[in-house]
Design a protein around this ligand. Structure first.
Ligand code: ATP
Ligand code: MG
Length: 272
């Protein structure tokens, strides 16, 4: 049984058709990255999976439960961390965790909070107000909160947007740590390298559909390796993404592998 199974999901807002038949799966314990440009519909899909929004057509199941007819079971199986950190600034890290543990009716909230602070390297900061935390600490706390009650599936909507490189690495570690304990993770991102480093499977959402879905190796196999003199260059995920989605690099056409590589580096730099 897939942890998340989405089949033929469609969603329009007025005349705007955002999702046009989305199919997506996440196997238990895996990390799946959903990649897409701004406005591609990532948050819309995530909200449908989390039962916050109803699809116009298609089906989605989470942990075997149907989002349309078994919403309460879905919510008990999944924890959503939204695009903007939901921690309370006035409370300390520990208080945020205890509050969430109480809301989820977890036994021994204090002990649970202590363990999570430890696990995410926040013990020293645990009794400080969250308003003094860095962006990375805040996001780590956010992920720790999503793990309270041990949901088998967590969904993270752009967990590292706006974070500096160090903070991103900290969040990646937190995600890997959760995945290592068997939690299934679906995360959305606009950062190609994030998907490349973190995900077991990568799905690209474009013009309302998943245009490709596979392991990094499978995605790279879409483009033949480019050869420059005697050196073979494997396509990066970025090459695959822009070849499929279009964009400045695809539009410029005929760019040699060298140029391609430089512009890939430049794009990565801009993201930081
Ligand atoms: N409640 C809504 N009412 C009307 N239009 C909406 C609504 N929610 C989303 N949209 C539109 O649906 C499209 C997809 O939005 P969505 O937030 O899902 O994209 P996204 O991939 O998460 O983008 P981003 O990377 O910027 O977070 C956008 O054009 C957006 O304006
Ligand atoms: Mg979004």
């Amino acid at each position: 049984m897939s942890a998340i199974a989405v089949t033929g999901v469609e969603k329009s807002f007025g005349d705007v058709s955002v999702l046009r038949g989305v199919d997506l799966r996440a196997e238990p314990g895996s990390i799946v990255a959903l990649l897409g440009s701004n406005g591609a519909g990532k948050t819309t899909l995530v909200r449908i999976i989390a039962t916050l929004l109803r699809a116009d057509a298609g089906t989605a199941t989470v942990h075997g439960f149907d989002v349309a007819t078994q919403a309460a079971d879905v919510r008990a199986s999944l924890s959503l961390t939204g695009q903007f950190a939901a921690v309370d600034d006035v409370l300390t890290g520990r208080e945020n965790l205890v509050l969430m543990a109480r809301l989820r009716h977890v036994d021994a909230p204090g002990a649970v909070a202590g363990r999570l602070l430890e696990r995410f390297g926040l013990t020293d900061a645990g009794d400080r107000r969250v308003q003094t935390y860095s962006g990375g600490m805040r996001r780590r706390l956010d992920i720790a909160m999503s793990l309270i009650g041990d949901p088998p599936i967590i969904v993270l909507d752009e967990p590292t947007t706006g974070l500096d490189p160090q903070a991103r690495l900290e969040v990646w570690d937190a995600v890997r740590e959760a995945s290592g304990k068997g939690t299934t993770i679906l995360l959305t991102t606009q950062y190609l390298d994030e998907a490349e480093h973190l995900a077991d499977r990568i799905a690209i959402l474009h013009e309302g559909r998943i245009i490709i879905d596979g392991t990094l190796a499978e995605l790279k196999a879409v483009l033949p390796p480019a050869t420059v003199e005697y050196v073979e260059k494997q396509p990066t995920l970025e090459d695959v993404f822009f070849a499929l989605v279009g964009g400045p690099r695809a539009a410029s056409g005929g760019a040699g592998p060298d140029t391609g590589h430089q512009s890939a580096a430049a794009t990565t730099e801009e993201h930081r």
